[in-house]
Design a protein around this ligand. Sequence first.
Ligand SMILES: [Fe+2]
Length: 267
Amino acid sequence: MFASAGGLGLYARFLEPHWIRYARRSLPIEGLPTELDGSLLVQMSDLHVGPEVDSDYLIGALKTVKSFEPHIVVFTGDFITYRSDSVLNELSRVLRFWPRGRIATLAVLGNHDYGRAWNEPKVAAEVARRASDAGIQVLRNGSVEIKGLKVVGMDDLWGRQFDPASALAVGGKNGARIVLCHNPDGVDRPGWDGYSGWVLSGHTHGGQCKPPFLTPPRLPVRNKRYSSGEIDLYDGRRLYINSGLGHLMKVRFNVRPEVTLFRLSRA
Ligand SMILES: [Fe+2]
């Protein structure tokens, strides 16, 4: 028995944290322009570049994503785990390998991008600047239109910059849209009036360790339904929570790191 418990411990510590699941799904979008039908949108989340995550592991994942030649690449926050400015330099090194979408490369920020206690806007500005230098368009309560599909990016909830009403207001409410929002709890905040469609999130890492058939014991969200995967919000919105590539503590059990490969289709 001790041998098998030890084996599980070794698995959770050394194997699963780097065993990426490339999840293939369809992403049906109402009013999607025909030109984008069948396009590949890759979502990555929660890299957490810093002292806890092996950068070479992350770079390997970025190279694999590049090999898929995606049309759109989105990142849903937590580029880093901030400890000091050396983390920012390490981020720049990792960003050199960032896969560009053939049409667009987009990101939003997460709470960890806001530094210690999520309270260092200067760190967030520096993360955004370095990402932008690497060819990533960082949406901070803003949106961008790509071939008739509008991608809206919320700034971070715990970073106290979350403003869905402003983000959604830009450019009107009509047409095909998707939303990037790091923290899934953001969907329960006011300001979403009139939005229906997908919200792509991260933040939870799926809880990192999950007993079979049960809710993960450590979920950094108020609404414990928001663990991982697809969740119907029953108001015209559907949430997808990516389990992230990195980690806070290097341990994962029954929640493999994830890259999501979405095939866009007309709903
Ligand atoms: Fe995270």
